[in-house]
Every structure is written in C-alpha cells, then in structure tokens.
Design a protein around this ligand. Structure first.
Ligand code: ZDP
Length: 277
C-alpha cells in the first residue's frame, strides 16, 4: 500500500490515497500499527483520502489509538494540498467532505505548490449535549472542575470534535501529561475529549499545548486552536482574531461575524513510501 507522510505544523499523519487503492485491513486496526513511531511509519494517526458524492474528496481521520474522529484541522489542510498537487481536483477553492459536513478550503499556491490553506471550519457548537459534555447550561464557560486536587475552569467547545479548554497563568511542568489524560477520559465527556491548556499573551495572541483524544500530546491541533479562539472570546480573554502559538508552529484563527471560524496555516508533504501488505 502506497502512503504519503504529511503534517500541519508538526501534527503529522500517514495519508492513504483511496482514490487509487484500497486498505489491506480495517483503518481502526491499521492506524495504531502504522502510527507507531518505532514499529511503524510514525504519526499522530491515519488519514484516508476518499472519493465523495458531495465534494471534491472525503477525509476520514483515525487517531493513533484507532478511534475515528469527526474532524481534523491540520489534517484537512494536508488533504487539500494532496488533492490539488496530485491532480485529484485542480481547483481553488476545494470542497472536502468531513465528519462534520462539507468544508470549503482556499489554497495559497506558489509555483504550483500549495503553501498555506484557509479553512472555513464552520460554526462552533456550544450546547452541552452536542459537545458532548454532561453539564447543564446554554454553554460551558469557565466551569470549575477539580482533577487531582487541582481546581480548573473549563470551557467546552465542539468543532465537530469535542474540546475542553483551560486557561492557565503558565503551562509548566507536567501539567499536560498529568492532567490531560485524566480529562480526556473524564466521565463528564461520554465521547472523551481533546484538552487544550492555554496561556493568554495578549488579546490577540495565545500559547497552547494540547493533549489529543486518542493520540496524547501532539505538536499542534487545528480544531483545538479554533476551540481556544472561541473559548477566549466567550470568556472575554481574547479577540475574535488571534494568532495561536503551538509547539509545532503558529495558526491564524478568526471567529467571524457570520459565526464561522476560519483557520489559516501551512501543510507539508514529507515523504512517500510503501507499507507491506
Ligand atoms: O478529535 C480528536 O479525536 C482529535 N484527536 C482528532 C485530530 C484533531 C487534529 N489534531 C486537528 O488538527 O484538529 C487533527
């Protein structure tokens, strides 16, 4: 099976072009094997690029533990780059079908190479039953929650996939590794959750680290950065247009007046290879 290794600011995935081939086994079992950084190719998960009846292509994303996610921000930018550069659809903008519907992606192309992509990520989802989070209210903003004797204020946002955002004075020590997995699997989140730890640098700038559902700490999370922007506006910490600094690089996020969240960032192809059948 041919694969392509790509990443969005260090959030790296193994991509399989399912227009041209089929998988040797179910993606839920292939993803952990191919994502293993010692015994496999290595990555935060597996992303399938498939034909679609309603868009130029369809994306399915499987985390490193084999769980399928509804949406993927860094990954969908890479899908758009692949679809354009490998001739599946030489269009700009592109439409990509995802677990949360069809998204529109605008490409920045130089010398026939896709450099950066702006994704209309759609509207944030705040109603607790739709995140889902088992708390009452119109939206969960700065809700106190104690884990491991640490009381935090959580803000819950779905971008198609669930996010638990926590603003802290400083992201230090083992906070991410200690608290991330406990919140990922906390009973409040029936589908588990991604967990973002955020330092506000100014009204228009934040630094974040992320513990991802099904993958652990990653260098970046696109849907997570969108959730951080929304949570920052709801809690009056951030403007609607922010630069988010992640371990792997920066993303520009804007929550526009039409209630859609836009994410702009790079997408890179690293290498191709053959996975033995
Ligand atoms: O929701 C989840 O289970 C995430 N781990 C999916 C991957 C999210 C991603 N890192 C992103 O950029 O949104 C790809």
């Amino acid at each position: 099976m041919q694969f392509t290794k790509m990443h969005g600011i260090g959030n790296d995935y193994v991509f399989v072009d399912c227009f041209r081939q089929s998988l040797p086994e179910a993606p839920e079992t292939l993803a952990p094997k191919i994502s293993d950084r010692h015994f496999g190719v290595g990555g935060d998960g597996l992303i399938l690029i498939l034909p679609s009846d309603v868009a130029d292509a369809r994306m399915r994303i499987f985390n490193a533990d084999g769980s399928e996610a509804e949406m993927c921000g860094n990954g969908v930018r890479c899908v758009a780059k692949y679809v354009y550069e490998h001739g599946i659809a030489r269009k700009n903008p592109l439409n990509i079908e995802t677990g949360r519907g069809v998204l529109t992606l605008h490409l920045e192309i130089k010398n026939d190479t896709v450099r950066t992509v702006t994704v209309d990520m759609g509207e944030p989802i705040l109603e607790p039953p739709r995140v889902p989070v088992q708390l009452r209210g119109q939206a969960i903003v700065d809700h106190p929650l104690t884990v491991d004797d640490l009381t935090m204020a959580i803000t819950c946002v779905s971008m198609g996939n669930p996010h638990c955002v926590i603003f802290v004075p400083r992201i230090e020590g083992d906070l991410v590794a200690r608290i991330g997995p406990k919140l990922e699997k906390h009973p409040l989140f029936p589908n588990r959750t991604n967990v973002e730890f955020v330092e506000v640098l100014s009204q228009s700038e934040a630094r974040m680290r992320v513990w991802e559902r099904g993958s652990g700490e990653t260098l970046a999370c696109g849907t997570g950065a969108c959730a951080v922007c929304v949570a920052g506006v709801l809690s009056r910490r951030l403007d609607r247009k922010v630069r988010v600094h992640l371990l792997g690089g920066d993303l520009e996020i804007e929550w526009k007046d039409n209630n859609h969240v836009f994410m702009t960032g790079p997408a890179e192809e690293v290498f191709t290879g053959v996975w033995p059948e």
